[in-house]
Design a protein around this ligand. Structure first.
Ligand code: HEC
Length: 82
C-alpha cells in the first residue's frame, strides 16, 4: 500500500460519521487528502460552489454523488458561527 493512501485512510478515519462519507472519501481523495476540508465550514450554498469548483478542476462525480457529498459536508462541516 502506498504511504499516501495509508495516511489518507488514517485521516479519513478521523472524519465525522454521516451519510455520504464514503462517497466523499472516494471522490475527493484523488488530488488531496480530506484535511483540505476539515478546517473549513460552509453553508449549503458554499459547499455546493466548492464541490462544483472541484468538479471543474477534474473531480469525477455524477449528480447523485455530488449531492451526497454536499449533504455530507453540510452536516459534517457546517458554517462556523462568527
Ligand atoms: C482533480 C483533482 C481534485 C479533486 C478530485 C478534488 N479537488 Fe479539491 N482541490 C484541488 C486543487 C488543485 C486544490 C488547490 C487549488 C485551489 O485552492 O484552487 C483543491 C483545493 C481544495 C480545497 C481548499 C480550497 C480553499 O479555498 O482553500 C477544498 C476545501 C477542496 N479542495 C475540497 C474538495 C472536495 C470536497 C472534493 C470532492 C468533491 C475535492 N476537493 C476533490 C483539486 C481537486
Amino acid at each position: 500500500m502506498k504511504l499516501a493512501l495509508l495516511l489518507f485512510l488514517l485521516a479519513a478515519d478521523q472524519l465525522p460519521e454521516a451519510p455520504g462519507k464514503a462517497t466523499f472519501v472516494k471522490v475527493c481523495s484523488t488530488c488531496h487528502g480530506p484535511e483540505a476540508v476539515t478546517g473549513m465550514g460552509h453553508d449549503r450554498a458554499g459547499w455546493k460552489d466548492l464541490v462544483s469548483d472541484m468538479v471543474d478542476k477534474g473531480a469525477v462525480a455524477n449528480e447523485k454523488q455530488v449531492s451526497e457529498i454536499v449533504d455530507y459536508l453540510v452536516r459534517a462541516f457546517p458554517k462556523k458561527p462568527r
